[in-house]
Design a binder for this molecule. Structure first.
Ligand code: 2HA
Ligand code: ZN
Length: 270
């Protein structure tokens, strides 16, 4: 067996979590990430028959039975992941229609996966139906996007159009826009189901006064989406109280669509 600390998926995961922390998106135990792994990706590092313990998930997800996930732990701090991955992260396999998880590695202090695991797994299942290559669900607390949910309408079309008009690259990076959920109680199956529904039509789902969910085929895609949307929200928060005398017009957004071969969400541009 190879040493798991040199596994590319683990190194990439740790670097991403550290960058998220450095951005200020994951204070204290804020945020969580899950990365779906292929069995053949982990077999050279772990014996998948060696089960450390079983953890009930509190949900059913038959279509993800036998799937493997590298996931952050509940109550764990992103800031500490790089120094103690085996305590702060775990690798689990879903079994028995997704109702249980077998722990194969990590959570060494007796810990458990993130309280947002239901939302992650429901979002993986939803996103995989749209793109079979989706592997990442990522949640964090980006300051400016949260600030924006205090002062901007939560109407998804309006919220998306505001972000697209803050910075030229936004429409190119997230032509599917952002979907928005009103404040809901986190850590529940209800917010999981609502997020999974929203993540079908956009890879970004804002949780008002809480944070953001991002989905992607790899860690860079999900991270890059969040980074770009958060940058746009930062610009919005810098100018919202000022008189704006220039903006990006819908006509200019159409030019971006043509130049970069992307299609803005249906009905969002005039
Ligand atoms: O994991 O961010 O939403 C801590 C959270 C809960
Ligand atoms: Zn959160």
């Amino acid at each position: 067996m190879k040493d798991i600390s040199i596994a590319p998926f683990l190194i990439d995961f740790i670097r991403t979590a550290t960058n998220m922390y450095n951005h200020g998106w994951d204070e204290r135990n804020g945020g969580n990430i899950s990365l779906m792994l292929d069995k053949n990706e982990i077999e050279s590092y772990l014996n998948t028959k060696d089960i450390l313990r079983e953890i009930p998930t509190g949900f059913r997800m038959p279509e993800l039975d036998d799937s493997y996930f590298l996931v952050t732990g509940t109550g764990k701090y992103f800031k500490n992941i790089q120094y103690a991955p085996e305590i702060n992260l775990g690798i689990v396999k879903l079994i028995e229609y997704g109702t249980k998880a077998q722990l194969l590695w990590g959570f060494k202090d007796g810990g458990n996966f993130t309280s947002e695991f239901p939302t992650h797994i429901m979002s993986h299942a939803a996103r995989l139906k749209i793109n079979s290559k989706n592997r990442v669900i990522m949640h964090c607390h980006p300051t400016n996007l949260i600030a924006m949910t205090h002062i901007h309408t939560l109407d998804e079309k309006e919220f998306t159009r505001t972000l697209w008009k803050m910075n030229t690259e936004c429409l190119v990076v997230f032509p599917d826009g952002v979907n928005v959920l009103p404040w809901m109680l986190c850590g529940t199956n209800e917010i999981g189901e609502a997020t999974a529904e929203k993540i079908k039509t956009s890879r970004l789902v804002v949780w008002a006064q809480h944070g953001l969910y991002g989905a992607g085929a790899d860690l860079d895609e999900a991270y890059g989406l969040i980074e770009t949307a958060e940058k746009a929200a930062e610009i919005y928060m810098k100018i919202a109280h000022l008189t704006s005398i220039n903006t990006i017009s819908d006509e200019q957004l159409h030019l971006l669509e043509k130049r970069f071969c992307v299609k803005a969400r249906e009905g969002y541009l005039d």
